[in-house]
Ligand binder design. Structure first.
Ligand code: IPM
Ligand code: MG
Length: 360
C-alpha cells in the first residue's frame, strides 16, 4: 500500500524551506523504499489567493485522506488587513481542529555544535533535551464565546474564553506521561492554577491521571515561574505538558535556548498518531524570497513524520544524523551563524543534508 503525504508549503519562507525538506523526503523514500506518494496543496495566505479561503474544503478532504501532512508556515503582512475569519492563521487553526490534532510535540534539543549560537551560556544549555507537549485544539484559541463589541458608552471591548474539559486535559496529560515514560521519566505540568479556574481543573485532572503513571515523577509549575526557569536552569526539565496558549509561548522561548527557532521541528498528532508536521517557526516574511532561511526545522519535521506516523525510526535517525554531520562540517544559515563557520543559504543547506544522507 502506498502512503500518501500531503505537502502544504504555505507562505513566506514556507515554499523555500519546503523545497529542501521535499528533497530529503524524496531521498529517504528512495533509499529505504518507503512507497510514499507526495501531493501538494495550499494553506494560509497562499490558499486565500488560490481559493479565496485560508483552508479550502477540498484541501481539508485531501488532508483527511492523507496518511501524514507536512506543512511549511503560514501568514504575512499582506493579509493583515483582511477579514479576521479569512486570515492565514485561521486556516492553520482549522486544519488542526478539524483533524483532531490535539497533541503538539515540540522538542527543544541543543545540537552540541550550536552551543555557541545560543543566547545563554554554553554550560546552561549544553546537553539540553526538553520536550514540550502543547494542547493544540482547545483552550483560549477556540473557546466560545469570543467577541469584539461596542459598549453603550461607545467604548470598544473584546473578550476571549478559556475553557478546558476534563477529557481534553486527561488525554493531553496521558501524552505527556507516555512521552516522559520513554525519556527521563519526569513530567512538569505548567498552569496558572493560582488564578485561573481552567488551570485549577487542569492541575486536578493531571494529578488524577498521574495515578496510572507511578514510575513518572510529576511536578507542577506556574507558567510565569516556568518561563523564568526555562532561562535560569532549563536542564531541570524533561517533558513539560501545558495548555494551548502557554505552550505557544513557552515553546518559542525554549527554542531560543537551542540557538535558533530555525532548528525546531514539531508534530501535531491525533488520537491514532496521524500527524501534521511543521517547523515551530513562522513564515518570516522579512526574509522570504531571499534564499537565506534555515530549512533544518522542516527537514527535522520530516524525521518526526517518519518516526511518529510510520514508526520508521531508522530512516528518522538517519536524517537527524545527516543534519548533525552538516553542522559538523561548519555549515550555518544566518540564524545559527557564528564566526569561523561557513555561511550558506537555504538550498545549499538542504543539498548538504541530502549529500550527507546519501553517503550514510
Ligand atoms: C505556532 C504559531 C501558531 C499558533 C500561529 C501561526 C497561529 O505561533 O504554531 O506556534 O499560535 O499556534
Ligand atoms: Mg507560536
Amino acid at each position: 500500500m502506498s502512503k500518501q503525504i500531503l505537502i502544504l508549503p504555505g507562505d513566506g519562507i514556507g515554499p523555500e524551506i519546503m523545497a529542501e525538506a521535499v528533497k530529503v523526503l524524496e531521498l529517504v523514500n528512495d533509499k529505504y523504499s518507503l512507497g510514499f506518494e507526495l501531493s501538494f496543496d495550499e494553506l494560509g495566505g497562499a490558499a486565500y489567493e488560490k481559493y479565496g479561503v485560508p483552508l479550502a474544503d477540498e484541501t481539508l478532504e485531501r488532508a483527511r485522506a492523507a496518511d501524514a501532512i507536512l506543512l511549511g508556515a503560514v501568514g504575512g503582512p499582506q493579509w493583515d488587513k483582511i477579514e479576521p475569519a479569512l486570515r492565514p492563521e485561521r486556516g492553520l487553526l482549522k486544519i488542526r481542529s478539524q483533524l483532531g490534532l490535539f497533541a503538539n510535540l515540540r522538542p527543544a534539543i541543543l545540537y552540541p555544535q550550536l552551543a555557541e549560537a545560543s543566547s545563554l551560556k554554553p554550560e546552561v544549555v549544553s546537553g539540553l533535551d526538553i520536550l514540550i507537549v502543547r494542547e493544540l485544539t482547545g483552550g483560549i484559541y477556540f473557546g466560545q464565546p469570543r467577541e469584539t463589541l461596542v459598549l453603550e458608552d461607545g467604548q470598544r471591548m473584546a473578550y476571549d474564553t478559556l475553557p478546558y474539559s476534563e477529557s481534553e486535559i486527561s488525554r493531553i496529560a496521558r501524552v505527556g506521561f507516555d512521552m516522559a515514560r520513554v525519556r527521563g521519566k519526569k513530567l512538569c505540568s505548567v498552569d496558572k492554577a493560582n488564578v485561573l479556574a481552567s488551570s485549577q481543573l487542569w492541575r486536578t485532572v493531571v494529578m488524577e491521571v498521574a495515578k496510572d503513571y507511578p514510575d513518572v515523577e510529576l511536578s507542577h509549575m506556574y507558567v510565569d515561574n516556568a518561563a523564568m526557569q526555562l532561562v535560569r536552569a532549563p536542564k531541570q526539565f524533561d517533558v513539560m505538558v501545558t495548555d494551548n496558549l502557554f505552550g505557544d509561548i513557552l515553546s518559542d522561548e525554549a527554542s531560543m535556548l537551542t540557538g535558533s527557532i530555525g532548528m525546531l521541528p514539531s508534530a501535531s498528532l491525533d488520537a491514532n498518531n496521524k500527524g501534521m508536521y511543521e517547523p515551530c517557526h513562522g513564515s518570516a516574511p522579512d526574509i522570504a524570497g531571499q534564499g537565506i532561511a534555515n530549512p533544518l526545522a522542516t527537514i527535522l519535521s520530516v524525521s518526526m513524520l517518519l518516526r511518529y506516523s510510520f514508526n520508521l525510526s531508522e530512516a528518522a535517525a538517519a536524517i537527524e544524523q545527516a543534519v548533525s554531520l552538516v553542522l559538523d562540517q561548519g555549515l550555518r544559515t544566518g540564524d545559527i551563524y557564528s564566526p569561523g563557520m561557513t555561511k550558506v543559504g537555504t538550498a545549499a543547506m538542504g543539498d548538504a543534508v541530502v549529500a550527507a544522507l546519501r553517503n550514510l
